[in-house]
Each structure stands twice: as structure tokens, then as C-alpha cells.
Design a protein around this ligand. Structure first.
Ligand code: DC
Length: 223
């Protein structure tokens, strides 16, 4: 029997940080589903496709080739045979990923892959619709939130570490855009699942959040 942990929430709430730590502790793989939508966003940009053009996106996704492998616990994502891990973390791709992820055909294709991976692996999966749509029967579901200023601050420091020359104002603008876009789309929007545990990480450090999560995980007898 495999187990599944779903972590959803808006950008900067701490999903990937917690998912990485939890997956190590629990000997599971960490599947970053956002990277898959980012690869789709990159493909749209590279192909000159408007990220809101439904027809063009339907066609694009019908022959897109996205594959994932795990090397030394690190997810590697390939778009049409090329490793694009280093190309998908820019602000431009964040916005494009949010736009293309509203397309139903794009989502259905990514969700199918996500479910296949979860069928045969213990997974900690993070995203926007994991608890509500991708893995409705996940053993545990977390929904992480945090104040927008705190989330933007975290993203600012991440980008600084990568020498990306961040700008606080545009980070907040992009986050607000994505929050609204991701939660208002028709199909599988960002939403807390009824049975998800809500954690506000605004005033908690990483260890404190992990402690809370592990307490819930240890309470469920299924993992
Ligand atoms: O988690 P992230 O910031 O890398 O995600 C990029 C975008 O992809 C996000 O703004 C919305 C979309 N996304 C989604 O719609 N569903 C997911 N499960 C994961 C990401």
C-alpha cells in the first residue's frame, strides 16, 4: 500500500519547503506539480502561444511531451526531451503557468500523470488542487496559507539567493494576480479541501510548521 500526502495553498505559503522535508523524513518522493504547469507555460511562450488562447493550448497539449525523473531525491522535469529545471522559475513563467493551468485540457493531462506517479510511489505532492481533485483520498491533506507580505518576503529572499535581482512590488503584484487567477478558474481551482488541515505559516518557522504537520501525520494510523 502506498501513502499520499497532499499539500495545497498559494505561492509562498511554504508548500515546497515543507514537502521536501516531509518527503525525506517519510521516505516518499516529492512531486512538485507546479513544475509541470510551469513546463506547459514555457512551451506556450516558446511556441508563441497566447497563454489564454484555449484552442491553441488544446492543440499544444495534445502533443506535448513532459516527463519527470527523480535524481538524488531531486525532481527533474523534461519538456519535449530537454531538461527545463533551470528555465521555469522566472516571474514570466510563473504568470504563464498560472494562465495555462486554467485550461482544462492542460490540467487533465497533468493530473493523469500526477495520479500515475502516486499510484506506484509514496508521495508528498504539492500544488493547488491536490486535496480537492488530484488525490481526493489522500491519507493526509494540508492547506498552507500566509499573509501576502510574508509570502512576498520569502520569494524575495529566494530570488536574491539565486542572484535574480528581485523587486518587491512586482512580486506582490504577480502573487496577487496568481492568487486570483488560480482560485477563480472554473476547473479545479485553488481551494481548501473540506478535510484538509489548515496551517497559517505567517508567524511560524520551518521547524514549527514541520512539527505541526508531523503531529497530524503521526496521529493518523495509516502511514
Ligand atoms: O506552485 P507553483 O508556483 O510552481 O505553480 C505555478 C502555477 O501553476 C500556479 O500559479 C498555478 C499552477 N498550478 C496549478 O494550477 N495546479 C497545481 N497543482 C500546481 C500549480
Amino acid at each position: 500500500m502506498t501513502f499520499q500526502i497532499a499539500i495545497d495553498g498559494p505561492a509562498g505559503a511554504g508548500k515546497s519547503t515543507m514537502a521536501k522535508i516531509l518527503s525525506k523524513k517519510l521516505k516518499a518522493i516529492y512531486l512538485d506539480t507546479g513544475a509541470m504547469y510551469r513546463a506547459c507555460g514555457l512551451k506556450a511562450i516558446n511556441s508563441g502561444i497566447d497563454s489564454k488562447d484555449e484552442k491553441a493550448l488544446n492543440k499544444m497539449v495534445s502533443d506535448i511531451n513532459i516527463t519527470i525523473s527523480f535524481e538524488n531525491d531531486q525532481q527533474q522535469i523534461f519538456l519535449d526531451g530537454k531538461n527545463v529545471n533551470g528555465l521555469i522559475r522566472t516571474p514570466e513563467i510563473s504568470v504563464s503557468a498560472s494562465d495555462v493551468s486554467a485550461n482544462k485540457a492542460v490540467r487533465l493531462k497533468m493530473v493523469e500523470m500526477q495520479r500515475e506517479i502516486a499510484k506506484v510511489n509514496n508521495v508528498v505532492m504539492d500544488g493547488r488542487d491536490i486535496g480537492t481533485y488530484v488525490l481526493p483520498d489522500a491519507n493526509i491533506k494540508f492547506f498552507l496559507v500566509a499573509d501576502i507580505n510574508e509570502r512576498a518576503k520569502r520569494r524575495y529572499h529566494e530570488m536574491k539567493e539565486k542572484n535574480m535581482n528581485p523587486d518587491m512590488e512586482s512580486i506582490i503584484k504577480d502573487m496577487n494576480y496568481r492568487d486570483t487567477n488560480d482560485s477563480s478558474r472554473d476547473f479545479a481551482p485553488l481551494k481548501q479541501a473540506k478535510d484538509a488541515i489548515l496551517i497559517d505559516t505567517t508567524n511560524l518557522n520551518i521547524n514549527q510548521v514541520i512539527k505541526v504537520m508531523l503531529e497530524y501525520i503521526n496521529e493518523t494510523q495509516t502511514i
